[in-house]
Write a protein that binds this ligand. Structure first.
Ligand code: PLP
Length: 374
């Protein structure tokens, strides 16, 4: 195919364009308010997040990694976790999930994914549980809920905490209609600019229906103080910037709309791509996946990626090297996790944001259908 057009993977200015006038107004409101830490925008954000997820409480924090770290630190302060305890994590995830665990002195135990959902394989979790296992951190990868009934039953049976890494899954729902953030004991969200709902910088949130945890993480994010100059925990400074809260408050009401558009693009890819060399992601007509990424698999991934680039289609790889093979985890390098490693060699993310029109999705599918493996 000879195509001069470029299919942009992601341009954040384009994504934010419909919101930009209101974002600028909101930023000016904060500038004029004289209140640059905490305040009205943060309170409004926390109410909106609680309402959106259905969790009793939402706590604004600095970013998604800090959200997960604070949850784990919170459970350590509450005596529910102790340094040295094991936390089951998916082998196929962004490294932040694993960093949060090790940063708190806990031991990450990676478990292989299912090839179809690319999420942690519940059938393999039981074999990874030891006498030190205290928690599971399922990651709703690419916007697909990872906490099925079997995982939740298993966790309940072994009295394990379930801490959702919901960074990629704002607005996603499970088969019972429960939203990401209200399924486990607590959840961490990210508003990193490339997420489905992105800030103009770093931002994150914790949701939980556990009032004790909510109280502890609220204090921990703010130097560990329960009231001014009274520090009950050795806390951190992981507060949500009100400028970012103001930006997210503009975009959060459009979560369902943003996700529905991604879902339309996913439905086009799903119906149009029919190249036997390309394995499409699971697409269920009634699922509530929010398609943070549309990830296909193919044997000669880099060859396929070069072919798409030659035809103007920008793609990314989420993620080429799983956490257990990163140089910062020499202790995990010996683990045998062939499924996660194979995904690292085979996955490719197609454009699926507001930068891609429905027509583009048809054209990209046609380009993909012309691909040959030679
Ligand atoms: C983005 C992301 C995070 C971390 O969020 P930040 O806001 O970038 O710190 C954690 N887990 C997953 C799965 C993510 O995609």
């Amino acid at each position: 195919m000879n195509n001069k057009k470029t299919y942009t993977f992601l341009n954040l200015a384009t994504v934010n364009k419909p919101f930009n006038a209101r974002i600028k107004e909101a930023l000016c409101r904060v500038a004029d308010s004289g209140r640059f830490i905490g305040g009205h925008e943060n309170e409004e954000f926390e109410q909106r997040m609680a309402a959106l997820t259905g969790a009793a409480r939402a706590i604004g924090v600095s970013n998604g990694l800090d959200a997960l770290r604070l949850i784990l630190r919170g459970y350590i302060e509450l005596g529910r976790l102790q340094p040295g305890d094991e936390v089951i994590v998916p082998a196929n995830t962004y490294i932040a999930s694993v960093l949060a665990v090790s940063d708190c002195g806990l031991v990450p135990v990676p478990v292989e994914p299912r090839r179809d959902t690319m999420n942690i394989d519940t059938r393999r979790i039981e074999a990874a549980i030891t006498t030190r296992t205290r928690a599971i951190m399922p990651v709703h990868l690419y916007g697909r809920i990872a906490t099925g009934d079997r995982l939740l039953e298993l966790a309940a049976r072994h009295r394990l905490l379930v801490i959702e890494d919901a960074a990629q899954a704002i607005g996603a729902r499970d088969e019972h209609g429960r939203a990401a953030g209200a399924i486990g004991h607590a959840a961490g969200f990210s508003f990193y600019p490339t997420k489905n709902i992105g800030a103009l910088g770093d931002a994150g949130a914790i949701t939980t229906s556990d009032p004790e945890l909510a109280q502890v993480v609220s204090a921990l994010r703010n130097y560990g103080c329960d009231y001014t100059y009274h520090n009950i925990y050795r806390g951190l400074n992981c507060r949500l910037d009100p400028m970012q809260a103001a930006v997210i408050n503009v975009k959060l009401p459009y979560t369902a709309e943003v996700n529905a558009y991604r879902r339309r693009l996913a439905a086009i890819y799903n119906s149009e791509i029919n190249n036997p060399l390309i394995e499409k992601p699971l697409f269920e007509p009634d699922d509530y996946c929010v398609w943070h990424q549309y990830v296909v698999k193919t044997a000669r991934r880099d060859h396929f990626r070069d072919y798409l680039a030659e035809n103007g289609v920008e793609t990314l790889v989420h993620y080429p090297v799983p956490p257990h093979l990163q140089p910062c985890y020499p202790g995990l390098a010996g683990l045998s996790l062939p499924l996660a490693e194979q995904l690292g060699r085979q996955v490719l993310s197609l454009p699926i944001t507001a930068c891609t029109s429905e027509q583009d999705a048809y054209e990209i599918s046609a380009i993909i259908n012309q691909y040959t493996n030679d």
